[in-house]
Design a protein around this ligand. Structure first.
Ligand SMILES: Cc1ncc(COP(=O)(O)O)c(C=O)c1O
Length: 416
C-alpha cells in the first residue's frame, strides 16, 4: 500500500510480559481446562489474545495510529489492554462512559468521539477530558459542539456522510449521515470552525463487497469537490468483515487495495486516512461456551441467548461456527443433526433458529462453543432475567509469550 502508510512508528520496547494486559484474568492452555476449572453456572467468554494481536497488527501495519478501534465491538478491559499492548493508540468512542473507560486505562490514548448525536453534557465533559475530535451530521449538532466547547479553535470536526452503498450484512443506512446537498453546506460551514476538517462514513457492518469502500470514497470525494473546500481527514469507517458460516469474507487485502485505489484516483493521498474497525479486529479473538440445560428433540435450551451474547444469532439469524466441547470421556458421535437453540430468558423471542450443526448425541450438561463471537457478543449482554456472564478467561498456549513481538506497552503509562 502506498497511499496509506505508517506515519508513526509503533512503540518498540525490549521487554514485555502479559501480566498487565491479562491482569485478573484466569489463563488456561485450552478451552476444556477452562470450563472444567471455572465450574461456571453462566456462559464463559473464551479470549484468545494471540488472535487479537495478529488482527491488530494487520490494521496497524497499514493505518498505524490512524486505526481507531471502535470499542463498542468489545469493551472488555483485557481486550482493550491487549490492543494497547499490540500498539493500538487511538479509539473510536460513542459515549461518555466509553471515553472514561479508555482514559482510565490509557491516559495518553487519542479518542475520537464519532457518534453523530451527542448530549451537550457529553460534549462538554469529553472536551474537558481532552477529546478534540467530534463527529456531526447536522447543523444543530455542529452548533452544539461549538457551544459546548466554548467555541474552541482546537477541535477537529468530522462530517458523517451517508453513502448508502450495498453489500453490508448489517446495514447502518438510514440513521446517520448527511445527504449530498446538506453535506456540501455543512462542510462549507464547518471549515472555518475546525482546526482540522474531515469526512467519515460507514459502509455498514460485515461489508461483503470491498468495492463498497471504493464507491463510498468516490461519493464523498465528489461532495468535497462540490463544496469547493479543502479537507484534512478521510475516515473510511468500520465494516471490514470476518468469516461466518454462509458469510465467507473476501480477503482483507482486497479492501485495503480498493481503498487505496480510490484514494489515488480521487487525489486524496495527502489526507490523513483513518479507519474505525470493530468487528474485524475482535470477532475472531473470542468465543463463547454455553451449556445445554435441556434437550427436547432437536431443540436445545442453553445458558446464553438473544439478551446475552447471541443477539445476532437470534435477531439477525447468524449461525456462528459451533462445536461441542470435548471435555472428558467418550468423544461424540461423528453423526450430526441440525439444532434450534433457545436462550435462558422466559421470552419466546429468545430463540436462535440456526440451524446449528452439532453431534446428534449432544445432551444436557454438554458445553457448546460459538466461535468468532468477539464482536458484539460480550458487548451486547444485558442482565435480563438475571442471566449474563462476567466470566472471561484467556486461552493462551504459552503463558509468558504472546505474539506482539516486541510491541510492549510503556510501563510508565500502564501502571493502573
Ligand atoms: C461510527 C462507527 N464506527 C465504527 C463502527 C464499527 O463497525 P464494524 O464493527 O462493522 O467494523 C461502528 C459500528 O456500528 C460505528 O457506528
Amino acid at each position: 500500500m502506498k497511499a496509506i502508510k505508517r506515519l508513526l512508528p509503533v512503540p518498540q520496547l525490549n521487554v514485555f510480559n502479559n501480566s498487565w494486559m491479562l491482569e485478573g484474568i484466569e489463563q488456561y492452555s485450552c478451552s476444556s481446562d477452562a470450563i472444567l476449572n471455572e465450574n461456571s453456572n453462566d456462559a464463559v467468554h473464551l479470549f484468545f489474545p494471540d488472535k487479537l494481536i495478529e488482527k491488530a497488527e494487520i490494521f496497524l501495519n497499514i493505518f498505524s495510529d490512524r486505526c481507531l478501534y471502535a470499542i463498542k465491538a468489545n469493551p472488555h478491559p483485557a481486550v482493550l489492554k491487549t490492543l494497547w499492548h499490540a500498539g493500538m493508540r487511538s479509539f473510536d468512542v460513542a459515549s461518555l462512559r466509553e471515553i472514561k473507560k479508555v482514559f482510565a486505562l490509557f491516559p495518553t490514548a487519542k479518542l475520537y468521539f464519532m457518534h453523530p448525536v451527542k448530549s451537550r453534557q457529553a460534549i462538554r465533559e469529553a472536551y474537558s477530558l481532552g477529546v478534540r475530535t467530534f463527529a456531526f451530521d447536522h447543523i444543530d449538532e455542529l452548533n452544539k459542539i461549538r457551544e459546548e466547547t466554548d467555541f474552541a479553535r482546537d477541535i477537529d470536526l468530522m462530517l458523517r456522510i451517508s453513502v448508502n452503498r450495498k453489500g453490508a450484512a448489517y446495514s447502518l443506512d438510514g440513521k446517520f449521515g448527511a445527504n449530498r446537498e446538506d453535506a456540501i453546506e455543512l462542510l462549507q460551514q464547518a471549515r472555518s470552525f475546525s482546526s482540522k476538517l474531515g469526512v467519515c462514513f460507514h459502509v455498514g457492518s460485515q461489508c461483503m463487497r470491498p468495492q463498497a469502500f471504493y464507491e463510498a470514497i468516490h461519493d464523498v470525494s465528489q461532495i468535497i469537490d462540490a463544496a469547493n473546500i479543502e479537507i484534512d481527514i478521510l475516515d473510511v469507517g468500520g465494516g471490514f468483515p470476518v468469516d461466518y458460516p454462509d458469510l465467507a469474507a473476501p480477503p482483507i487485502n482486497l479492501y485495503f487495495s480498493e481503498i487505496n485505489k480510490a484514494i489515488k484516483e480521487c487525489g486524496m493521498e495527502q489526507l490523513e486516512i483513518l479507519c474505525e474497525p470493530g468487528r474485524a479486529l475482535v470477532a475472531e479473538s473470542c468465543a463463547v461456551a454455553a451449556r445445554i440445560e435441556l434437550r427436547k428433540g432437536r431443540e436445545l435450551f442453553i445458558n446464553d441467548g438473544v439478551y446475552g451474547s447471541l443477539f445476532d444469532a437470534g435477531i439477525m439469524n447468524w449461525t456462528y461456527p459451533v462445536e461441542k466441547l470435548e471435555i472428558s470421556g467418550m468423544p461424540s458421535t461423528e453423526l450430526t443433526d441440525d439444532f434450534k437453540l433457545f436462550g435462558p430468558s422466559c421470552d419466546s423471542c429468545d430463540v436462535m433458529e440456526g440451524p446449528f450443526k452439532l453431534p446428534s448425541d449432544v445432551s444436557e450438561g454438554d458445553w457448546v462453543i460459538f466461535y468468532n463471537l468477539g464482536a458484539y457478543g460480550y458487548a451486547m449482554q444485558s442482565q435480563f432475567n438475571g442471566f449474563h456472564s462476567d466470566t472471561l478467561v484467556a486461552i493462551t498456549e504459552n503463558r509468558n509469550i504472546i505474539g506482539a513481538k516486541n510491541r510492549a506497552m510503556a510501563p510508565v503509562i500502564h501502571t493502573v
